[in-house]
Write a protein that binds this ligand. Structure first.
Ligand code: PMV
Length: 313
């Protein structure tokens, strides 16, 4: 093999976390200013991993890197070199375990880098499948949303394992804020499953309502309806709270964003911590919202302009 590299991005779920696991649609987008970069090289000795917060033997890299180790294995199987030894390096512009898709993004980037090192190319569908195989090890039964969106060219609709790029006519700003609290997606998804089994009627209705908001949001982004989109975010936050996946720190951040002029605010991703997103109608208000979020305790914030996206078939 030679050296190889691969890139993916952070992702944000606008609508449909949790309900997507039950077959409802979700709307999500890659944040292409926040990159995950992976580089692989033939290993001189024992394969090593170097990342933001780990430097050592790949095999000893612990539970949080299980998905990444599996990504190396599935990629090596794909190129027909299951015993090849590679050093892996990942460089990320965004934190792990905050609902930004770090594990799928690193798996996707590493898979691309390994394939590149052997001069093997694969279709987007095949790259998605390989990333899903890696994610399954770490997260049980992920919906596939993260694997799809972290490698997508633009905003996507995702439903039952299928993704399509969506039209966006919106002119607004998304403010992303990290609560600093690690939320476990696995714990959140298990909690929702237990609630659903206890009370299928009521919880099924909550999930269907979340799916309904995602459908409405898909229409709103296509038509450029910023205000209804903000209201739908607030509504989704209420439903996610009823599902038991919010956190009081997230409520504090969302309230601060709304008071500073955001049109809506909600958690994003698995919840129980992680990030919140809020919608600001202008760049100036986005800055005000960002200051308010920092004042309310956010450990990091990002402003992401939402620009019109034309989808050509
Ligand atoms: O926490 P994240 O960003 O990995 O998002 C998880 C999204 C869920 O819908 C909660 C789970 C899934 O598999 O789709």
């Amino acid at each position: 093999p030679h050296a190889g590299s691969g890139d993916t991005w952070a992702k944000i779920i606008l609508f449909g976390e949790h309900s997507v696991v039950y077959g409802h649609p979700a709307l999500a987008l890659p944040l292409r200013s926040l990159r995950m970069h992976a580089q692989v090289r033939p290993a001189a000795g024992v394969p090593m991993l170097r990342s933001l917060d780990y430097r050592g033997e790949l095999a000893a890299s612990g539970r949080r890197f299980a998905c990444l180790r599996r990504a190396v294995d599935v990629a090596l199987e794909r190129v027909g070199q299951p015993h090849a030894r590679l050093d892996i390096e990942t460089v990320s512009d965004f934190p792990p375990e905050r609902g930004m898709g770090s594990s799928a993004a690193s798996a996707g980037a590493v898979i691309r880098a390994v394939l590149g090192a052997f001069g093997v190319s694969a279709s987007p569908a095949e790259l998605f499948e390989l990333t899903q195989q890696a994610e399954q090890v770490a997260h049980g039964q992920p919906s596939g949303l993260d694997a799809a969106v972290t490698a997508a060219q633009g905003p996507v609709r995702f439903e039952s394992g299928r993704m399509e790029l969506v039209q966006m006519k919106l002119d607004a700003h998304l403010v992303v804020a990290d609560s600093g609290i690690r939320g476990s997606t696995r714990v959140a998804v298990t909690g929702v499953r237990e609630r659903y089994e206890r009370e299928p009627g009521a919880v099924g209705e909550l999930l269907a309502d979340l799916g309904g908001l995602a459908r409405q949001a898909l229409r709103d982004v296509a038509e450029g309806n910023v205000h209804p989109l903000g209201e739908a975010m607030n509504h989704a936050q209420q439903l996610l709270t009823s599902l038991g996946v919010s956190h009081e720190r997230l409520d504090v951040l969302n309230d601060a964003a709304i008071r500073a002029g955001a049109l809506g605010a909600k958690l994003t991703g698995g919840g129980l911590g992680g990030c919140v997103i809020s919608l600001a109608p202008t760049a100036r208000i986005a800055q005000q919202v960002r200051s308010a979020l920092t004042g309310a305790g956010a450990v990091a914030t990002w402003i992401h302009p939402l620009q019109p996206v034309e989808v050509t078939a």
